[in-house]
Design a protein around this ligand. Structure first.
Ligand SMILES: *Cc1c(COP(=O)(O)O)cnc(C)c1O
Length: 365
């Protein structure tokens, strides 16, 4: 249920914001998700009253009762998007309304209240505007935005979802994922574990999906691989996703990606690449892809490239694949031409060096 509600944010600026010198020191080597800006946004929700107490305030720890629902039953969801400083100096976000819509689809699945899309986007505009000096100027760097929502009701009763929630948004400067040039990753096919099953929460961006995934990611590393690849729950045969990213295959020159069966997270990068492919003269297809097709295609030479995509790392080539009883290389193991062309195009739009013909760029300042 969307409540048509106009929120106005109370602004309380930090009295202990970092100095320009301190900020520059962080921005020289930001890493990913380690350091946060001086402010955050919070909005509270109470059943019957709706959203209230919208505010921008100094970034600070939260104080929550140990019996708060989110700690016990993981009623939580999040989003991830970036603010970019474009080549002409303006600060923009990429498709924030797509994130707002997905936030609400996740909320519905998690029995949490929807946040009006305008309030979601406005909260991020306010945060980025206030902390705009934290948006890196270095090429390839960005300000990563993390909106999220938690259940805040105190008590251990589980017969109903929480009646109170808090929406928050925080921001963290991020380096380019590949500081030393784009490097293909190796992947581990997980047949022991499952990320998502039909009827579950696979399409929702909730922390619980990640909590269930860490053990498989650790197993991938133990097997000498960088990332885990998830297969379908029933047969462990159909390819779904790589860690927190969607997958694309170049098969017979066509761009193929697993269809959104309900167990995959519908990535905004995935959606953007499907749209961009046409501009680049590439045919696209959304369908099921099996592990056998992947391996046989690489062996015959029909399947030439594989890459993963998501907001954090944009486009990441996959160079080699390993499973319990098999291992093979994709192409010659290096990043392919189609992969790099798509990566360049997308980054070009985000940083303003390529035309934005689809109104994906949302200007903030
Ligand atoms: C966030 C996420 C993605 C990528 O989504 P984008 O909108 O492209 O960043 C893919 N898979 C999972 C599991 C995710 O959580």
């Amino acid at each position: 249920m969307t409540i048509a509600q106009k929120l106005s944010f109370d602004v309380q600026l930090s009295g202990h914001a970092r100095t320009a010198a301190e900020r520059e020191q962080v921005l020289a080597n930001p890493g990913f998700g380690q350091v946060f800006t001086d402010h955050m946004v919070s909005v509270d929700y109470t059943e019957g009253q709706g959203w209230h107490d919208a505010r921008l305030e100094p970034y600070a720890p939260l104080t929550l009762d140990p019996a708060t629902s989110v700690f016990h039953y993981a009623q939580e969801l999040f989003e991830g998007l970036k603010a970019y400083r474009q080549v002409n100096g303006s600060v923009v976000m990429f498709r924030p309304y797509a994130n707002a819509a997905r936030f609400n689809r996740s909320a519905t699945r998690m029995a949490m209240p929807e946040l009006p899309e305008d309030a979601f986007v406005e909260s991020l505009e306010l945060l980025v505007q206030t902390d705009r000096d934290w948006v890196p100027t270095t090429e390839g760097h960005s300000l990563y935005l993390r909106p999220f929502m938690i259940a805040t009701q105190v008590g251990l009763g589980v017969n109903w979802p929480s009646k109170t929630y808090r929406y928050l948004a925080i921001a963290s400067p991020a380096a380019s994922y590949f500081s030393g040039g784009v490097k293909p990753v190796s992947v581990w096919l997980s047949t022991e574990y499952t990320r998502a099953a039909p009827g579950g929460t696979g399409f929702a961006k909730c922390g619980g999906n990640y909590a269930a995934a860490f053990v498989a990611q650790r197993q991938a590393v133990e097997n000498g691989c960088d990332q885990v690849v998830w297969l379908d729950a029933a047969e462990h045969r159909y390819v779904e996703e790589m860690g927190g990213m969607n997958l694309f295959f170049v098969i017979g020159g066509k761009l193929v990606t697993p269809s959104l069966t309900g167990t995959l997270l519908p990535g905004i990068t995935r959606d953007s690449i499907l749209a961009l492919a046409a501009d680049l003269g590439l045919e696209t297809e959304e369908r099921l892809i099996t592990v056998e097709e992947w391996q046989a295609g690489c062996e015959s030479g029909e399947l030439t490239e594989v890459f993963a995509c998501g907001t954090a790392a944009v486009v990441t080539p996959v160079g080699s694949v390993k499973g319990a009883d098999r291992a093979w290389t994709v192409g010659d193991g290096n990043a392919g031409a189609v992969t790099m062309r798509i990566r360049e195009e997308l980054i070009g739009i985000q940083y303003g060096s390529r035309p934005d013909t689809r109104d994906w760029i949302h200007k903030i300042a």
